[in-house]
Design a protein around this ligand. Structure first.
Ligand SMILES: [Zn+2]
Ligand SMILES: [Zn+2]
Length: 265
């Protein structure tokens, strides 16, 4: 089972020479193996996901902010009638997901109505999605602290577990933080929202993101094997990430890098 990072940037894609090492595409991560493909969030990195035809493709959204949806119409597989996408989110029900995606990807804000007459999108309530996925992987959800809400996920298969916690503001709601910690305890990989530094976050209370330094504290608490800090701020270039990687991150904590594959089995 592989975890592939197709987009690790927050807020807006960054097409700049200064971010070539860590990448400029917004959030999109893929968990896949021979039997299934699960894509979490469709930021601009979704454009580069290779959709496999012979195995089921599942898509789950943490929430529906632009940087988690904007890649949806830009992967050519979306227009291939032979491929079915099983789509869900724990944040909204089936009807609400359909409404949000339709609003995002139909005129006047998008040239095509990609959900109209498209038989290959199987949008489901989260419970139905969870049941449909169980033959391939187990998916559990927990709430995150973010304006408008967001859902975190724990995906388990082959005795490995990956915890996805974008977008989340740590330290605002104790119950939510405890739920996240419970999910992350002893997991193999935690994907952490490290949009800000300790210094920057002081002026961003209520903006819905955590800091890099909080990720380090969480890593130790969670006893996870690996913690990937992602959702990099659009202005954070490779140079700064390299410096922080050497000075702030302990062994086991990494900055997420676009195109990187983490082999779990
Ligand atoms: Zn985001
Ligand atoms: Zn967000």
């Amino acid at each position: 089972m592989d975890l592939k990072l197709h987009g690790v940037r927050g807020s807006i894609p960054v097409p700049s020479r200064e971010v070539l090492k860590y990448g400029g595409h917004t959030t999109c991560m893929e968990i896949s193996c021979d039997t299934f493909q699960l894509i979490i969030d469709l930021g601009s990195g979704f454009k580069n996901v290779e959709i496999k035809k012979n195995i089921p493709t599942f898509i789950v959204f943490s929430h529906f902010h632009h940087d988690h949806t904007q890649g949806f119409p830009f992967n050519s597989a979306v227009y291939d009638k032979d491929i079915q996408f099983h789509i869900s989110s724990a944040l909204l029900n089936r009807k609400e997901i359909l409404k949000v995606l339709k609003n995002c990807f139909s005129p006047p804000v998008f040239p095509l109505d990609i959900l109209d007459d498209n038989i290959n999108f199987n949008i489901m309530n989260f419970d139905t999605f969870k049941a449909a996925a169980i033959d391939f992987f187990k998916i559990e959800t927990f709430p995150l602290c973010h304006p408008g809400g967001a859902s975190g996920y724990k995906v388990s298969a082959f005795n490995k577990s990956i915890v996805y916690a974008l977008d989340h503001e740590f330290g605002l709601e104790k119950n939510i933080d405890n739920g996240l910690l419970k999910a992350a305890l002893n997991s193999d990989v935690v994907i952490w929202d490290g949009m800000y530094t300790k210094k920057e976050i002081k002026n961003k209370l209520g903006w819905g993101h955590s800091s890099i330094e909080q990720g380090v504290v969480f890593y130790h608490k969670s006893k996870a094997k690996k913690l990937l800090i992602s959702h990099h701020a659009p202005g954070r270039d490779d140079k700064e990430l390299d410096i922080m990687s050497n000075s702030v991150l302990p062994k086991g904590v990494f900055f997420a890098k676009e195109n990187k594959t983490i082999k779990l089995i």
